[in-house]
Write a protein that binds this ligand. Structure first.
Ligand code: GLN
Length: 326
């Protein structure tokens, strides 16, 4: 069989595989949609989509992959990249750590010694990260954030105003965290501007296809595989993927690393992205969540994809010692 034929065969079987996963997990109704942000409670809980985009721009998808929803915590990954570009690794490390917490995503907890939030994937760390995005005023900071998302997605993006105001009026817990960090000098005034930008970044509208392109961009050294635009400097890819690997799934991150074995990030609206370096980006959208705030169907689909495609980063089977020579 030629390489071309081999590729065609594998491509069609990957599409068949995700079609089968879709129909297998469509009847799974476990979990509940997030309600603490009132706008999120209005979602159709049965929506379900799987998208895969390879670093060469091949696309495999099934279900409601064009349905828009707010990106929520998945935005933290990309905001972290922008903050790294703005300030460099050393400075960012003085403000936000890289240790998993083992706590829930919204835990009000800072590192006892350094007073830093533990990592940029939990709310406290994400608020601190976003507060560091450069810009002369809130408009410029928001525009820089949106431009960054545009490069990853390859089209114009917008903030859903209802979701933004819904979280802004009810996000007292995030506000409390911000004040705690202000007390310890981890973020600067004005707090409301930092929180607004954080709530806006969480309310950026994406669909499952977009998320797979964004994940594929991270898999592809920061270059969007569809537009070929550099969305983030390749030098920060390893920083971003490391914290996704150890902290992206909150207090499920250890089990995820053990079972699925690839960097990932979930969001409270039901999205999960997973990055297979130099190969592909995966995204699943399904709004019903488990008790840790991860999409129930999303976790199942990623577990099966990882097993079936042998994606675990520490999967060694089949490699000969000679392949490491030279
Ligand atoms: N905007 C949400 C919050 O700050 C994001 C949380 C999430 O997606 N896990 O609570």
């Amino acid at each position: 069989m030629t390489n071309q034929e081999d590729l065609a065969k594998n491509s069609s079987s990957l599409q068949t595989f995700i079609d089968d996963l879709y129909f297998k997990y469509k009847p799974l109704h476990d979990g509940v949609v997030a309600k603490y942000i009132p706008e999120l409670a209005k979602v159709d809980s049965d929506l379900f989509a799987i998208s895969i985009v390879s670093v060469n721009g091949e696309v495999y998808e099934v279900g409601n992959y064009q349905q828009l929803f707010t990106i929520q915590s998945i935005s933290k990954v990309f905001a972290y990249g922008l903050a790294l570009e703005d300030h460099g690794r050393d400075y960012i490390l003085t403000r936000v750590g890289v240790e998993p917490t083992g706590d829930a995503f919204n835990a009000i907890v800072l590192d006892e010694q350094s007073k830093r939030p533990y990592n940029p994937m939990v709310n406290a760390g994400a608020i601190a990260t976003t507060s560091l995005i450069k810009g002369l005023d809130p408009t410029e900071r928001l525009n820089r954030m949106l431009e960054m998302f545009q490069k990853y997605i390859g089209r114009d993006v917008f903030v859903d105003i209802s979701a933004f105001t819904s979280e802004r009026t009810t996000g007292h817990r995030n506000r409390a965290m911000a004040y705690l960090m202000l007390n310890f000098g981890m973020i600067d005034k004005p707090i409301d501007e930092a929180l607004d930008l954080y709530f806006q970044q969480c309310a950026v509208m994406v669909n499952c296809h977009d998320l797979a392109v964004m994940a594929a961009t991270l898999a592809n050294k920061g270059i969007n595989p569809m537009t070929k635009q550099q969305a983030v400097s390749s030098r920060y890819i390893k920083d971003i993927l490391s914290v996704m690997y150890t902290c992206g799934m909150y207090n499920f991150a250890g089990e995820w690393a053990y079972k699925v074995g690839i960097p990932a990030k979930s969001g409270i609206s039901g999205g999960i992205i997973a990055v297979v370096p130099n190969k592909m980006g995966i995204a699943v959208f399904s709004p019903r969540l488990d008790t840790r705030g991860n999409s129930v169907r999303g976790v199942k689909v990623c577990e099966e994809l990882s097993q079936h495609l042998g994606l675990h980063l520490f999967e060694c089977s089949g490699l000969e010692v000679s392949q490491f020579r030279g």
